[in-house]
Design a protein around this ligand. Structure first.
Ligand code: OXD
Length: 323
């Protein structure tokens, strides 16, 4: 459908059908207000106050429980309230309708800032200064030029490529790996059968792979041993892409010199998990990138308009592929 014919056939707010919101993490009021400021009069319902399930046309969901989608027979689209759609992969209750994810500049900027912080912290030897401070020790380490520090981004999707460009802009020597061929200014891009070449020289590896059946556990003992000894590791995507016991072993042996971890197999990270007491691990509680409803609602409102007019949502994904 062209933009013009789409605009001509745009329905009125009341014709969109009801929107159902489900998330135990996001603020329904903030989302309702933000969406209604884009689509005045929108029928916005928050689970479990569903009303008649047949009214529901658009579902905004984050980590909906198994079977959640079953009662809704008239769904026209599902919007995943986040970037990673792993909670929608492999489900049997998902209707055959367009699925989209969130992607707004605010979320990309937050992810870029998290990875920049993590990489710069290693590049500027901050962990050594944190430890020296605890010993009251003036511990000088001569800074190295950033373009001598090789940083690799595993996964060059919309967030991974933004992160890679951000690191290249700061002056790091940046390379990236992805299954699909990629071309990013200032970033050396490696393809499917070039993983060993990509890993072999890295000082810092950043995981930005989505979690799919094909990527689960792909960062394992073999991958860690393909990195130079003492390489640092940053995980800002999903815990299950990493074989956690292999990472613990690599951190203990010194094969991995330090890790900055935002995501884990079990969240919140259990109190007795070995990561908590590892000196060379920095833990953050899954917040590398979050969605600000005010920024993301504009695109979601646009998807509601488009799908209601028979068009495609923005940021469509393929739940069979996993991204
Ligand atoms: C996301 C996340 O996928 O917050 O958006 O992890």
């Amino acid at each position: 459908m062209t933009q013009q014919s789409l605009a001509q056939s745009m329905p009125e707010a009341g014709d969109y059908g009801a929107v159902l919101f489900y998330s135990e993490f996001d603020d329904p009021k903030a989302w309702g207000d933000a969406l209604k400021s884009n689509l005045p009069g929108l029928d916005f319902r928050v689970y479990p106050d569903v009303g008649n399930p047949d009214d529901i046309r658009h579902v905004l969901a984050w980590k909906a429980f198994p079977g959640f989608f079953e009662p809704f027979r008239n769904i026209a689209q599902v919007v995943n309230l986040g970037a990673g759609i792993d909670a929608l992969v492999g489900r049997t209750d998902l209707p055959d309708v367009p699925i989209s994810r969130l992607s707004d500049p605010g979320m990309i900027a937050l992810m870029r800032s998290y990875v920049l912080f993590s990489v710069i912290r290693y590049a500027r030897d901050i962990p050594a200064f944190e430890q020296a401070q605890r010993r009251h020790e003036w511990h000088y380490i001569h800074p190295r030029p950033l373009d001598t520090i090789k940083v690799g981004i595993l996964g060059l999707g919309h967030l991974g490529s933004a992160v890679a460009s951000g690191l290249a802009d700061v002056g790091f020597d940046v390379s990236g790996w992805d299954v699909a061929p990629k071309s990013i200014t200032g970033v050396r891009c490696f393809g499917l059968d070039q993983k060993q070449d990509f890993l072999g020289e890295l000082e810092i590896l950043v995981n930005m792979m989505p979690l799919t059946p094909a990527t689960a556990g792909m960062i394992n003992a073999d991958l860690f041993s393909a990195l130079p000894q003492g390489a640092k590791f940053v995980n800002a995507s999903r815990g299950h892409v990493v074989d956690e016991p292999a990472l613990i072993e690599a951190l203990r042996s010194g094969q991995i010199g330090g890790a900055t971890l935002d995501v884990f197999h079990v969240e919140p990270l259990p109190e007795d998990h070995p990561f908590w007491s590892m000196e060379n691990v920095l833990i953050t509680p899954h917040l590398a990138s979050i969605t600000v409803p005010e920024a993301a609602a504009r695109d979601v409102a646009e998807s509601i308009r488009r799908v209601s007019a028979g068009g495609e949502p923005l940021h469509r994904v393929d739940p069979r592929r996993g991204y």
